[in-house]
Design a protein around this ligand. Structure first.
Ligand code: GLC
Length: 564
């Protein structure tokens, strides 16, 4: 039964990998990555252990927000290839057993989308109500903007009709009017369209903004009701067509508000959500070299329905947001990992990748990635993390972490054979440049980060208790060490249980924990080293941990036949 359950709920033990087609691999050497290029690297991703590919927006767009400003939801950006090329890529990924999901960006369109062009043409145009308009002067909304360096209001006056339209993001990204049934139908149609082309689900952009009715005239929201009903309807629509598709939502809210997006006791809204609170506490823990913030956060994390899931991440494509920390906590993280103003963004985040933040310390880096895979939930990687890429601070804003993938030490990092001046984005230079950090050399080096992350992905897949099970944070006396235990009682009665130990501090230490329900004399096997231990009476276990060390300790009960 175990195999069936994990494969039916595939997202609960998936290894997700996010990439931007245009910066991943250039198949035709014009300087822009493309579908063909990604297809040629599917075996690399398969070897790494990726089971679910997340493609960032690949649709025609207005060029304002790196593809998150779409001009046609039913097409692909011709710079990346043709529809045929995309389908070949999806088919190649599936041949290697990988699922493919893509960004669903339907909170807004580009202002160049034909719907918006029509909408702004007159107050009586049939598309007028596809967007959110107001005819009175808006109040000061400067505290609500997402991009404070570029915008000071979420309303933009449109000269032609003398009314203001809502844009939570850039002014070139007018918000769609979710209360309009025609818009709702279009969103379902978009989902259905890409599912027919083989996608297994979506990473849903900006979900709280998408479903809320802020700014929509009262009269126009009648019939819309509870915004969560809309998410529920979308999920039901997808499940009717194909039961194993997922919605992975971007919902950066505190747990108490976030949990509702799973759909309450039925778990019938988003299948998964990124754990933004945990990610932010992780950086606080790293800055303090103290496991406390992560441990407290895990203890507070709501228990969710068995078919829903948290996705864990260390880094994504945006600024590393620290918006949910207090001002003092955020300052601690800034001081530790991004003290220069050029490293910070929007006053709330960092535009750096992890390795430079940790001064490239390999022990600490490996510990963080071990923790990423060991956290209860599903791990998600951003391309280049597996080789320890750095950022390019010369590139403005968020684009600092969206530089071309570093394949080799050769020209243009092996990403493209074009002239460097024609590259879609500049390559990272300096100590994190391709001469030092590239996939080709790391795949031949058993000590490399790439080899280590490949091993982590494999071990994670062998330990379904991490993705499927319940967990507890264990008490002990060493403040720098996080100890948690994941346990999964399988349908056939077998129990899989692993104790995960991560030292966020540089000093070697020792921890003693009590393992509930475990007898004395039980074998405890480290999945990453030769360390074999045994419990003392009443399940007491003492474990030595090196500075920035980690252990995945499987509790080998008498019936556990898994490989040690
Ligand atoms: C999400 C994306 C971000 C984008 C924004 C607007 O937050 O992650 O990159 O700018 O939505 O679409």
């Amino acid at each position: 039964m175990r195999t069936t359950e994990t494969s039916d709920l595939w997202w609960k033990t998936a290894v997700i990998y996010c990439l931007d087609v245009k910066t991943f691999m250039d198949g035709d050497d014009n300087g822009i990555g493309d579908f063909d290029g990604v297809a040629s690297r599917i075996d690399y991703l398969n070897e790494l252990g990726v089971t679910c590919l997340w493609l960032m927006p690949f649709y025609p767009n207005g060029g304002r927000d790196d593809g998150y400003d779409i001009t046609d939801f039913y097409a692909v950006d011709p710079a990346l290839g043709s529809f045929g090329d995309l389908v070949e890529l999806v088919r190649t990924a599936k041949d290697r057993g990988m699922r493919v999901i893509a960004d669903l960006v339907v909170n807004h369109t580009s202002d160049r989308h034909p719907w918006f062009r029509a909408s702004r043409s007159s107050t009586t145009n049939p598309y007028r109500d596809f967007y959110v308009w107001r005819d009175t002067e808006p109040p000061d909304t400067s505290d609500q903007v997402v991009f404070p360096d570029q915008e000071d209001s979420i309303w933009q006056l449109d000269e032609k009709t003398g009314e203001w339209y809502l844009h939570n993001f850039y002014r070139q990204q007018p918000d769609l009017n979710i209360a309009n049934p025609k818009v709702q139908d279009e969103i379902a149609k978009i989902i259905g369209f890409w599912m027919e082309l083989g996608l297994d689900g979506f990473r849903v952009d900006a979900v709280p903004f998408l479903i809320e009715t802020k700014g929509i005239r009262k009269a126009d929201t009648q019939g819309y009701g509870d915004p969560h009903e809309h998410l529920r309807a979308l999920k039901a629509f997808m499940s009717r067509r194909r039961g194993d598709t997922i919605l992975l939502g971007e919902v950066n809210l505190p747990y108490k508000d976030q949990v509702a997006f799973f759909g309450g006791t039925d778990g019938d809204e988003l299948t998964m959500m990124f754990d933004f609170p945990l990610m932010q506490q992780l950086y606080l823990s790293l800055a303090r070299r103290d496991a406390g913030p992560v441990a407290d956060c895990l203890r507070k994390r709501p228990v969710i329905q068995p078919h829903t899931q948290y996705a864990n991440f260390v880094r994504n494509h945006d600024e590393l947001t620290l918006d949910k920390l207090t001002d003092e906590e955020r300052q601690e993280v800034f001081d530790a990992f991004g003290p220069e103003p050029e490293m910070q963004l929007y006053g709330r985040g960092l535009r750096r990748r992890l390795p430079p933040m940790l001064n490239g310390d390999p022990r600490r880096l490996k510990m963080v990635y071990s923790l990423l895979f060991a956290l209860p939930g599903t791990p998600a990687l951003f391309y280049g993390e597996e080789i320890g890429m750095g950022e390019n601070l010369e590139v403005p804003g968020r684009m600092a972490v969206r530089t071309p993938m570093q394949w080799t030490s050769g020209k243009n990092a092996g990403f493209s054979r074009t002239q460097p001046s024609r590259l879609v984005a500049p390559i990272v230079e300096g100590p994190y440049g391709p001469a030092h950090i590239n996939a080709a050399s790391q795949r031949k080096d058993p000590e490399s980060l790439l080899s280590f992350i490949t091993l982590l992905a494999g071990r994670y897949r062998e330990c379904p208790e991490l993705g499927m099970g319940r967990y507890e944070v264990l008490d002990h006396d060493a403040p720098s060490v996080l100890v948690h235990r994941c346990t999964w009682e399988q349908l056939d009665g077998d129990v899989a249980s692993t104790v995960l130990v991560h030292n966020l501090g540089p000093e070697a230490t020792e921890i003693t924990v009590t393992l509930e329900g475990v007898d004395g004399g039980t074998d405890i096997v480290d999945l990453f080293s030769d360390l074999e231990l045994s419990t003392e009476s009443r399940g007491r276990l003492t474990v030595p941990v090196e500075g920035y060390g980690h252990h995945w300790l499987r509790i080998h009960g008498p019936n556990d036949r898994r490989l040690r």
